[in-house]
Design a protein around this ligand. Structure first.
Ligand code: ADP
Ligand code: MG
Length: 356
């Protein structure tokens, strides 16, 4: 039995959910700490014992993933980063290889607005740290020096299980994609264990499969202030909902807020966006896309979303205007009916659902 940090003992929430034969079905809820945030698991349609065992397995999975992709605690990713900086050809640890490949493709599709090769920049800003206290932002010269080296995923050549990097400034930081990939692996593992109705929710970023006793899962979209709810949407089948917001990790210096989503073009925290929510059928892509569209901002999100194959986007800009594509608008119920909203052109050419 796993005895790792468990903040709340598993609850058997006997919510009155109607099953196919109209019997109430229990929702098993459990919560643990991973990736520096709380992960909530909800499972429906199996016995309490099976759900409990599944959650224990996931807790172990997440502990391994957290260690493998940690950007600053010594482990497979820090070893990889050392070898990338040396420029030698090396066998990539298996736990890092797939994520490296996925990150390479998503970086290219996002025009490098999602750029996990800028680990040095993220460290310079002080975001590679277990504790985040208010501190002086980095000097302009130090940022410019890192920008001039122009690290991108294209500097890494992958050949089978080997990799080599041509730019010593490249350091991987999977902060914008690791949680998504972890949730994808967790959902795959749940399916292998015969669980077909579940939500894996890590700090508000989630993937949901199946349904809640025949009803869609109801998902709250967090308000960009970081507390409260902007609106709701329903998911069923298999979908991921991911949000990137400037409220997640930030600090104040001389009255100005510095947040953790860095624009790789300027080297500074991205401007113009408060938060972005995307829905996609895969959590890895949803995670990288939410970050990329945050950086792209209110003027460029549409183009990048199309390039990344994203069909549902909600972006709140720093003037508090909600930007959505027509298909997203159809799915979201905003709490404030007077909320200023701007509906974009459709994101897809063929799907009629994305028409105004
Ligand atoms: P959250 O972790 O709040 O869900 P994100 O998915 O947007 O938010 O991830 C932000 C993290 O990703 C940062 O803490 C940092 O580690 C990393 N990061 C910041 N800017 C970028 C970027 N432009 N591209 C890739 N990774 C980034
Ligand atoms: Mg992300």
């Amino acid at each position: 039995m796993t005895t790792a940090v468990r903040l709340a003992a598993p609850l058997l929430a006997m919510l009155l959910l109607l099953s196919a034969c109209d019997r109430p079905q229990p929702v098993y809820n459990s919560r643990f700490l991973t990736f520096g945030t709380l992960t909530d698991i909800s499972i429906v349609g199996v016995t309490h014992e099976r759900a409990m065992r599944a959650v224990e397995t996931l807790e172990d999975d997440f502990a391994i993933m957290n260690k493998a992709w940690h950007a600053w605690a010594p482990g497979p990713l820090t070893r990889t980063n050392n070898l990338l900086a040396e420029g030698v050809r090396f066998a990539v640890p298996p736990s890092v290889l797939t994520l490296m490949k996925k990150a390479k493709q998503l970086a290219r599709q996002s025009d490098n607005l999602f750029n996990p090769a800028v680990g040095r920049l993220i460290k310079l800003w002080g975001f590679q740290s277990d504790t985040l206290e208010d501190h002086r932002p980095p000097e302009k010269e130090a940022i410019e020096k890192l920008l001039a080296a122009h690290p991108t995923m294209d500097d890494i050549t992958i050949d089978g299980i080997h990799a080599q990097c041509s730019n010593p400034a490249v350091q991987l930081d999977f902060g914008a994609i690791g949680k998504g990939y972890g949730i994808d692996l967790a959902i795959e593992h749940l399916k292998e264990m015969g669980i077909q109705n579940a939500i894996v929710n890590s700090g508000g970023d989630l993937r949901a499969i199946g349904s809640r006793g025949g009803h869609p899962w109801r998902i709250a979209i967090r308000s960009p202030s970081g507390s409260g709810t902007l609106g709701f949407l329903y998911v069923s089948g298999d979908e991921s909902v991911f949000t990137s917001g400037n409220y997640e990790r930030n600090y104040l210096w001389e009255g100005k807020l510095y947040h953790h989503i860095i624009d790789p073009r300027t080297g500074y925290p991205a401007e113009g966006t408060r938060s972005v929510t995307v829905i996609h059928d895969n959590a890895t892509v949803a995670d990288a896309a939410a970050t990329a569209l945050f950086v792209a901002g209110p003027k460029d999100w549409h183009r990048i979303a199309r390039q990344m194959g994203i069909k549902y986007v909600l972006l709140i800009d720093t003037d508090n205007i909600v930007h959505m594509n027509p298909a997203m608008k159809k799915r979201v119920q905003l709490m404030d009916r007077n909320q200023p909203v701007e509906i974009s052109a459709p994101l897809t050419d063929t799907v009629t659902a994305d028409r105004p």
